[in-house]
Design a protein around this ligand. Structure first.
Ligand code: DC
Length: 214
């Protein structure tokens, strides 16, 4: 099998980022947290005071995005996640960022043996032919609690709440283009009552079944 592509989707705080990082490390997969691209665009638009519904202005900023900026810690703020969700409704922007994600998947060199992308539409739109698709979910209350712990652990003085998480989920699930839905051929993992270790183990087993035998 050529490069292995793993697609992970799900709502905010379900654990997809944690699972993606685990699989990326253990199976030498190049990781792209695709939400960071939407977050970077939202953050830059905010800095440049571009209205979040001005698509031509957003597209202009999109052409200047640099993958090197994806590790800016400010992008992890829940408020930036909200900006990302708002700009994610525009088909033109989605098409542009989807192109960048697909190019990322085509640029795999050793030691990597493939790519792993997490987001909302990876299994359905960005990588419909992925070798493994996971859909990670959890009860909304548990997800908002996890997000708050994550914010505190990262030293952010910012808390979210169930209403905000629900608002973001609703927007992501109900937009007309590439909404958050589970691909027909995805494996569902509900992490509500799972530890991080248990969730990662289930995902690892599914990936082991997918990887080529050497
Ligand atoms: O995964 P995340 O929380 O970093 O994503 C932030 C927002 O970006 C999310 O609420 C919706 C948008 N997003 C998207 O529309 N499509 C993706 N593939 C990834 C993220």
């Amino acid at each position: 099998m050529s490069n292995v592509i793993v697609a992970i989707d799900g709502p905010a705080g379900a654990g997809k980022g944690t699972i993606a990082r685990h699989l990326a490390t253990y199976y030498r997969l190049k990781l792209l947290e695709t939400g960071l691209l939407y977050r970077l665009l939202g953050h830059k638009a905010n800095e440049e005071k571009a209205p979040l519904d001005n698509v031509p202005a957003l597209m202009q900023i999109a052409t200047t995005l640099d993958f090197k900026d994806l590790d800016n810690p400010i992008l992890r703020h829940e408020s930036v996640g909200n900006l990302a969700s708002q700009i994610g409704v525009f088909p033109e922007i989605r098409q542009f960022l989807t192109g960048a994600m697909r190019r990322f998947c085509q640029d795999i060199v050793p030691p990597y043996q493939g790519a792993i992308l997490d987001g909302r539409d990876i299994g359905t739109v960005v990588c419909p032919d992925a070798h493994l698709k996971l859909f990670i979910t959890a009860d909304a209350k548990v997800r908002s609690q996890r997000r708050n712990l994550e914010m505190t652990a990262n030293g952010f003085d910012e808390q979210t709440n169930l209403a905000k998480i629900n608002e973001r989920d609703q927007r992501d699930q109900n937009r007309a283009t590439a909404p958050l839905i589970m691909a027909d051929d995805a494996h569902l993992i509900d992490t509500t009552n799972l530890s991080i270790e248990q969730a990662c183990e289930i995902a690892s087993k599914l990936l082991e079944q997918t990887l080529p035998r050497t």
